[in-house]
Design a protein around this ligand. Structure first.
Ligand code: UFG
Length: 323
């Protein structure tokens, strides 16, 4: 298939592009390169530099690429920033997304895979979180993704646009060639690894008084290659659907730091800080639905292996993509 990938220069997008190409697909990347990196785009893919905010640019790209399907990663994804600048999140994640869907409708492209998030649920009533739990986002980032999920239902009903929305839990790790390099790094694992690399003095632990066994937040870390595999399966899905995507395992902040020390052989200095606003204590995915319906099973169940792959990439690319 020929896939148009928005956000193909970003962390998750770039690795999905690589995996699509390895599987024999043709890929056109559409990216404005504000968050992503040119060097993260597999040279086998074609790049169209463009902005989803400008609907003419995505219509042009769609017309020239004539893809069989679209994978949509281009979005802003920082919870904290969304609490300060909601407009940015609604403009980029909702308005930009509508421009993309309209371009698909105009060009007769009917297959769509969407990067959604567990942040659409807000603090869950129970874990693991399955698809039947109510979605009550508590920040504009989660809300913007939830709004777009609802828009997708209507484009399916009215325009016959078939979609799969994958609600990621915490993406982590790297492929051999591509990895995680955010211009502003807020995520736990890369921040800990920067300490091991000597690029930061310490890592802060946001909150040590949660109702968890060691007092720190628990997350479900999913390897980026397992996430990419789910996208590949989503391309072949027969019906529109929403799927939660995680391993079903939970790892605390302290456990992540201890595992990073083990993997890197370096002592990680920690500084305990108050809770970060908007962080639920425990987020763990129930992924039985995607296992049942699309046959997805995560290959990386061990947090040590996930962190080892991230560490290998950071050691090989200490300056990230260098831009
Ligand atoms: N944390 C620290 N120190 C840090 C960074 C993070 O203690 O330097 C903690 C956070 O407070 C949280 C955990 O580590 O408890 C994981 O934090 P991340 O920032 O790595 O990931 P989040 O769980 O906050 O975010 C992820 C995705 C978001 C998504 C969110 C849903 O990155 O896109 O899950 O809650 F919205």
């Amino acid at each position: 298939m020929h896939i148009l990938v928005t956000g193909g220069a970003g962390y998750i997008g770039s690795i999905c592009v690589e995996q699509l190409l390895d599987a024999g697909h043709t890929v056109t990347v559409f990216d404005n390169l504000t968050e992503g990196h040119r060097a993260a785009i597999d040279p086998r893919a074609e790049l169209i530099v463009g902005d989803l905010q400008k609907d003419g640019e995505i219509v042009c790209a769609m017309k020239s690429a004539q893809p069989d399907a679209v994978m949509h990663f281009a979005a802003n994804a920082l919870v904290g920033e969304s609490m300060e600048n909601p407009s940015k999140y609604f403009r980029n994640n909702v308005t930009g997304g509508i421009h993309l869907l309209d371009a698909m409708v105009a060009c007769g492209v009917k297959r769509f895979v969407f990067s959604s998030t567990c942040a659409t649920f807000g603090p869950p009533e129970r874990v693991p979180i399955d698809e039947t739990l109510p979605q009550r986002p508590i920040n504009p980032y989660g809300e913007s993704k939830f709004i777009f999920e609802k828009i997708l239902r209507w484009y399916d009903e009215i325009h016959g646009l078939k979609f799969v929305a994958l609600r990621y839990f915490n993406a982590a790790g790297a492929s051999g060639r591509y990895g995680e390099d955010h211009r502003i790094e807020t995520h736990l694992i890369p921040n800990v690894l920067k300490v091991a690399l000597g690029q930061r003095d310490n890592v802060q632990i946001f909150g040590t008084d949660y109702e968890t066994p060691d007092g720190t937040c628990i997350r479900d870390y999913i390897h980026i290659l397992d996430l990419a595999a789910a996208h590949m399966l989503a391309l072949g899905a027969e019906a529109s659907a929403f799927y939660n995507l995680g391993t079903g395992g939970g790892t605390s902040v302290r456990e992540i730091i201890a595992t990073c020390e083990k993997v890197t052989g370096k002592k990680i200095t920690v500084v305990e800080k108050p809770r970060r606003p908007g962080d639920p204590a425990r987020l763990i995915a129930a992924s039985e639905k995607i296992h049942r319906e699309l046959g997805w099973t995560p290959q990386f169940q061990s947090i040590e292996k996930i962190i080892a792959s991230a560490w290998a990439w950071h050691v090989a690319n200490p300056g990230g993509y260098g831009d």
